[in-house]
Design a protein around this ligand. Structure first.
Ligand code: SER
Length: 318
C-alpha cells in the first residue's frame, strides 16, 4: 500500500492533487504537508492527516516520513516564475536547497519522489515549436534555473543512489479550486474569473504569445500515472514533456466569448511577463511521455473552457 506525502498541499496543484490521491489510495494514506501560514482548511483538513513539512527544515520532513511510513513524496514547494524574479534567493532556497533535503530524506527512507519541472526550464535558445524532449535548456529566469537544476539533481539521485525520481515539465495549469500565484501563465486562469464575474479582462501578454497550457484534471492524471508507470519502460525520468493545448490570448478570449458573448478584453502588457513568456516554447513535443507511460490528455481548449465556466459559475454563484 502506498503512503504518500504531498509537500505544498495547499497550493494550486497540491490542493487538488491531495484530494485526488486520497480518492485513489484512501484518505488515511495521503498526508497533506503544509507550512505555517498556509495550513489546510475545510475538506483538505478534515478528510485525512496533515503534517507541517517545510522543505527548508529537513527535520520536519523526516518526522512526517517516519510517522506516516511514507514511501512516495510529491514535492510541490516552489515559487512561480514572476515572483521568483523578485525573490531569487528565496526561489533557490525553496526550489533547490529544499529539494536537496527532500532527496536526502527520500534516499534514507527509500521514498519515490515527484518534483515537477516546467516549460520554464527552456529559454530563448530552445527550439520553440514542438520543443523536443532532449534539447537545449539555458533559461535566464531564476525559476527556469531552479527547474533545470531540479531535473539534474533528481536524475543524479536516481543514477547515483537509486532514488526513484520521476517528473513532468508542467505547462501553465488552469484550475478552478485554488488560484496560482506569481506565474507567467496565471492570466489563463484569471481570464475565466473575469468572464464569470462579468468584468473586462486586462491581459498582460500580447496577442500571438503562445504557451502550452493544461487543465488540472489532465495535470493530476499525468503526475499520478507517471508515478504508477512500470520503471522498466522509462527511458527518461526528469523530466517528461507533456502537452495538451497551446493558445495565445486571442484564442482563449474568442473561445470564452463563444460561451460568454458580452465578454471584453483589453491589453496592458506587463514587460516582465511578456519577456518571460517570449523566452518559453510555443508548444512542446510530448512523444516520449506518450510512448514511455501512455500519456494522453483528455481536455482541449474548448472542453476545458466549457468545464471551467460551469465550475466557476457554481463556485461564484453566477
Ligand atoms: N505556471 C508557471 C509559471 O507561469 C510555469 O510553469 O510560472
Amino acid at each position: 500500500m502506498k503512503n504518500i506525502l504531498v509537500i505544498g498541499s495547499t497550493g494550486q496543484i497540491g490542493s487538488e492533487l491531495t484530494m485526488e490521491l486520497r480518492k485513489r489510495y484512501g484518505n488515511e494514506h495521503v498526508v497533506a504537508g503544509y507550512i505555517v501560514g498556509a495550513e489546510p482548511k475545510g475538506e483538505l483538513l478534515e478528510s485525512g492527516p496533515s503534517a507541517r513539512t517545510n522543505v527548508t527544515d529537513r527535520q520536519s520532513l523526516e518526522m512526517a516520513v517516519k510517522e506516516y511510513h511514507i514511501d512516495t513524496i510529491y514535492n510541490l514547494a516552489a515559487l512561480l516564475s514572476v515572483v521568483a524574479e523578485s525573490r531569487p534567493s528565496m526561489a533557490w532556497k525553496i526550489g533547490i536547497d529544499g529539494l536537496w533535503n527532500v532527496l536526502e530524506v527520500a534516499r534514507e527512507h527509500e521514498c519515490a519522489v515527484f518534483t515537477p519541472s516546467s516549460i520554464g526550464s527552456f529559454g530563448e535558445s530552445t527550439p520553440h515549436i514542438k520543443t523536443p524532449q532532449d534539447t537545449v535548456q539555458r533559461p535566464r529566469t531564476m525559476y527556469g534555473i531552479t527547474k533545470v537544476t531540479t531535473e539534474l539533481l533528481s536524475d543524479y539521485y536516481y543514477t547515483k543512489y537509486g532514488v526513484d525520481t520521476r517528473a513532468v515539465r508542467f505547462p501553465g495549469i488552469i484550475s478552478n479550486v485554488t488560484l496560482p500565484g506569481g506565474g507567467t501563465t496565471d492570466y489563463a486562469v484569471e481570464i475565466f474569473y473575469a468572464a464569470v464575474k462579468g468584468e473586462k479582462f486586462i491581459c498582460p501578454v500580447k496577442p500571438g504569445t503562445y504557451m502550452d497550457m493544461m487543465y488540472m484534471p489532465d495535470a493530476l492524471n499525468a503526475a499520478i500515472s507517471l508515478m504508477e508507470a512500470a520503471p522498466a519502460r522509462l527511458k527518461h525520468r526528469n523530466a517528461f514533456n507533456i502537452a495538451s493545448m497551446s493558445f495565445d490570448p486571442e484564442e482563449i478570449y474568442q473561445m470564452i466569448k463563444k460561451y460568454v458573448p458580452d465578454f471584453e478584453m483589453e491589453y496592458q502588457i506587463d514587460p516582465l511577463k511578456q519577456a518571460i513568456a517570449d523566452s518559453w516554447p510555443d508548444c512542446l513535443d510530448d512523444t516520449c511521455a506518450r510512448e514511455e507511460w501512455d500519456w494522453k490528455p483528455k481536455y482541449d481548449l474548448e472542453s476545458m473552457t466549457v468545464d471551467m465556466l460551469e465550475k466557476l459559475r457554481a463556485k461564484l454563484n453566477k
